[in-house]
Ligand binder design. Sequence first.
Ligand code: SD4
Length: 329
Amino acid sequence: MKRRKFLRNSSLTAAGAISAPILASYHDQIEPEIKTNTPVKPITVCTWNFKNATAKSWEVLKDGGSALDAVEQGVRVEEADVKNETVGKGGRPDRDGNVTLDACIMDKDGNCGSVVYLQNIAHPVSVARKVMEETPHIILAGKGAEQFAYEQGFKKEDLFTESTRRQYEEWKKTSKYETTINIENHDTIGMLAIDKNGDIAGACTTSGMAYKVGGRVGDSPIIGAGLFIDNEVGGATATGVGEEVIRTVGSFLIVELMRQGKSPQEACEEGVKRIMKKNEGRKDFQIGFLAINKLGETGGYCVHPGFTYSQFTEKGQKNVPVDSFYQKQ
Ligand code: SD4
């Protein structure tokens, strides 16, 4: 499916339009879900077909590395990729022209760290990890987060690229600093991994909605919304319009549903259905959930067709399409 077609099919007419990054490979699919009672480990999965990210994450896991290192290293690939204009360096700015990044990370012991509205630092996930490991806090915001990053040795960087600067200048001409509809294309990376010891970790990182109101923070850095890990049960992460995910504390909900016995697939479906129940008839936003349980079974579900996830196990890498609440038109 072509990116443009996905956008049209999805009726994405409001502020939260989402696009799939590498939909060209949407069709070269393999079986959707692992069904087994023998734990699959190690394993790494991430939202969308971010192949390079799962490849990096797998490299860490196959050498016996921890799930925590695997997810941090994995999502850093997308943070560094300036062609991905929704994450890290090269992410699109807010309506005031500030590139502000959100990220979080969570480990097997329930430790977590998060940065919101972080500017001038290319790897927010690593700052989030430092928040987790070096401070008694969980969330650092804005200037404080930036100052903390410098103290931890992170370098100041211009996060704009020629392309995002040009697009922003274009946007300003017509949008007059208002958040207009159907201008965002964003593909957050949320990653979940299980290491050889069977321990689970996750990370999520984004530049959020393009041309958002200054100061806006989405679900991605909010523990329980954009990401949640419970080492006894599994983990979940989200992509899409963060406001809707926050409202239902989406990732926490999905992990709790798995705790109650649902499979990752069933839990993701229930998560989306809860959101759609509160938004009856609305078609103007996309959400994609991805989940993994302790057995290494995975599942995903989304509002509109087009969401896929990348998976890497010892059997290799694959891009997995997921079912959607609304069907293709
Ligand atoms: C946000 N959930 O800031 C993020 C955006 C996203 O794919 O997921 N884009 O609301």
